[in-house]
Write a protein that binds this ligand. Structure first.
Ligand code: S3P
Length: 442
């Protein structure tokens, strides 16, 4: 007998149909946060409704933001940088690293105190990566127990320095954004230098709201400079593109299934996020990009995915930050490819909602995959026969979806436990899975 939080999966005879991809999580967080900092009312259309986004909304409301539903749209009314106020209780960021790190940056530049905390997973994730650079900028931010973990305590300061150059040492949009946002909320300029370009949704949306960035050319790495300004951000209407990280399980499922033709509608294809498309194409996937358009500064398209035979590849370097949330699925794709697939330079995976190197090895070995975890990635030998498995999601949304996609490749029934972890980023995942892959409900 299955408990309430288990899902049974079996191989569908075919994968066909159309899936409208829900709103991008990174852009949804930023729309709410930046809308709360701007002057006027921003209308957000197509926002993601998920647990992580609920965490951001409840933190922003505690900071005094005015966030309302208007039909299916969200209206965020800001009063400029002076509009947010000291929260009366700690800000609970739930499971969301983006909420914790970006909000820390915003608050560190504002004239009040607050405490940020989160769930067990978030409280175990590294925060030195924002504490150190924000402290170098002049912010007063420390971990309550001195262990560089949440809870973090942020105090007001007038010491935020203008025009510093901060090197991050890690290609992380959360870190880059925390620094840019701290400078922005303190009214100073800053240059952030990261080893490789990370997703640039912060720069794009802030530009649409009136902030100015320049991008100095670098011999190595990537730099972005926020210019100092007296001007407040201005509210804008935002249409959130579909999340390519949410599309990724479907891209891999349709590629690996032997009889598939799946249309994914409205997927954001910002170059800083399309590593998964580049990797799958290198492996031999059949992906067609249809009707590309621009939606408020972000490129969007429909993707047609058909079954394909894959070959093993090496995934490394600049591809890694462009596909960081999809690499567990690439490991699964590698298991169905001919030859070996190597994923390296991806040590960041160990610092996500779970240790995604260790947990992916557990899950995929359960299915019979020949996979070895390394310090910074995986070595996968493709081609072996898969067997059914009972996989735990470990409470990690991306791993629940990984196990679901692996399960459809095995004829006998598999099972995913802690399946509701998908609610973090894709609450409709299991109903869409039932619709597209054959209705295996409990
Ligand atoms: C995110 C950035 C990435 C990504 C996360 C969302 C963001 O994290 O893994 O899911 O919205 O900025 P890092 O910036 O730590 O790489």
């Amino acid at each position: 007998m299955l408990n309430q939080d288990e899902r049974v999966i079996a191989a569908p005879s075919e994968i066909r149909g159309t899936i409208v991809i829900p709103g991008d999580k990174s852009i949804s967080h930023r729309s709410l946060m930046f809308g709360s900092l701007a002057l006027g009312t921003s209308r957000i259309t197509g926002i993601l409704e998920s647990d992580d986004i609920s965490s951001t909304i409840s933190c922003l409301r505690l900071l005094g933001a005015d966030i309302r539903m208007d039909g299916e749209d969200v209206l965020v009314t800001g009063k400029g940088l002076g509009g947010l106020v000291e929260p009366s209780i700690p800000l609970d960021c739930g499971n969301s690293g983006t909420t914790a790190r970006l909000l820390s940056g915003i608050i560190a530049g504002l004239p009040f105190s607050s405490i940020l905390t989160g769930d067990d997973s978030l409280r175990s994730r590294p925060m030195a990566r924002i504490i150190d650079p924000l402290t170098r900028l002049g912010a007063s931010i420390k971990s309550a127990s001195g262990d560089n973990l949440l809870p973090l305590s942020v105090s007001p300061t007038s010491d935020i320095q203008d025009n510093l150059v901060i090197e991050t040492g890690v290609a992380s949009a959360q870190v880059k954004s925390a620094i840019l946002l701290c400078a922005l909320s303190a009214g100073v300029g800053v240059m952030v230098k990261e080893p490789l370009l990370s997703r640039d949704h912060t720069e794009r949306l802030l530009t649409a709201m009136g902030a100015e960035f320049v991008y100095p050319t670098e011999l190595s790495g990537h730099s972005v400079k926020l210019l100092r300004t007296e001007n407040e951000l201005q509210a804008v209407d935002i249409v959130v593109p579909g999340d390519i990280s949410t599309a990724a399980p479907w891209i891999v499922a349709a590629t690996l299934h032997e009889d598939a033709e799946l249309l994914l509608e409205g997927v954001g294809i910002n170059k800083t996020r399309t590593g998964i498309l580049d990797i799958m194409e290198m492996m031999g996937a059949d992906i067609t990009i249809i009707s590309e358009k621009n939606m408020g500064g972000e490129p969007v398209a429909d993707l047609m995915i058909k079954s394909a035979d894959l070959k093993g590849v090496i995934v490394e370097g600049e591809l890694i930050p462009r596909s960081i949330d999809e690499l567990t699925l690439v490991a699964l794709a590698g298991s169905r490819a001919s030859g070996k697939t190597l994923i390296r330079d991806a040590g960041e995976l160990r610092k996500k909602e779970t240790d995604r190197i260790g947990r992916t090895v557990d899950i995929l070995r359960g299915f019979g995959v020949d996979i070895v975890g390394t310090d910074d990635g995986f070595v996968i030998t493709g081609g072996g026969k898969l067997r059914p498995s009972v996989s735990d999601s470990y409470g990690d949304h991306r791993l629940a979806m990984l196990a679901a996609v692996a399960g459809i490749l095995v004829e006998e029934q598999s099972c995913v436990t802690n399946a509701s972890a998908v609610n973090i980023s894709y609450p409709a995942f299991w109903s869409e899975f039932d619709r597209i892959c054959g209705g295996n409900t409990i």
